[in-house]
Design a protein around this ligand. Sequence first.
Ligand code: BEZ
Length: 252
Amino acid sequence: MKWNAELYDQKHAFVYQFGENVLETLDAKAGENILDIGCGTGYLTQQIQNAGAIVKGTDYSPDMIAQAKESYPEVAFEVADAGNFNEADKYDAVFSNAALHWVKNQDGMMDSVYKSLKPGGRFVAEMGGKGNVAKLIAATKQVLEQRGYHKQAKTQVWYFPSMGEYASRLEKHGFRVTYAVHFDRKTPLQDGDQGVAKWITMFAPLYLVGVPAAEKAEMLKEVTALLEPHYNENGQWYADYKRLRFIAVKEI
Ligand code: BEZ
């Protein structure tokens, strides 16, 4: 998927603003070596550096990395695939916010993270958990089916695991899960009744591949109407986010 890094920064800042409290779970210490995978436009990477850590941010999208380098020239950034990477340096911690649900090769990612950690190092992340944006996905699929786009309706865009499933998977890769929580986080959307359409256009264009532009606009209105009773609270729209947050340690 190709990202519009500038629009992401302007309109979807909540992705990293809400990520700020996962930094408390990371608890970066001065002098620690930290790798931030799926760093997007680099806001949290820079926050980790501000805590005194030696950090590098990586992202699969060259556009995101270009934007990150422009915004934070004093921070190290690199294009890399979170599903398969090999770091020469060993890290005290690998961190990730709102990115792991995009990674297709979860086993490759967990192996790569494990190999890049020092013994005793920690993998600290937050991602979409089971049920994340479930209402939005259901409404989008309903409209696709109603209009005959059956193939698109079957698209699986993200991986939102349950806590049990993900903890077991981490354990299979050698980690000890010392903390895990799966919680609701109602997340505000910008731009009122345009927010759902903008969110889908930004994050879920894969559902609409092959749909002519005029019909796309109609469909986005229909999805918005289905979601309105659930998402619109006195003019402020909220999406039904569910987060999975964990600490997994590489045992010595
Ligand atoms: C999330 O952070 O949960 C998320 C963001 C964009 C698309 C899907 C999920």
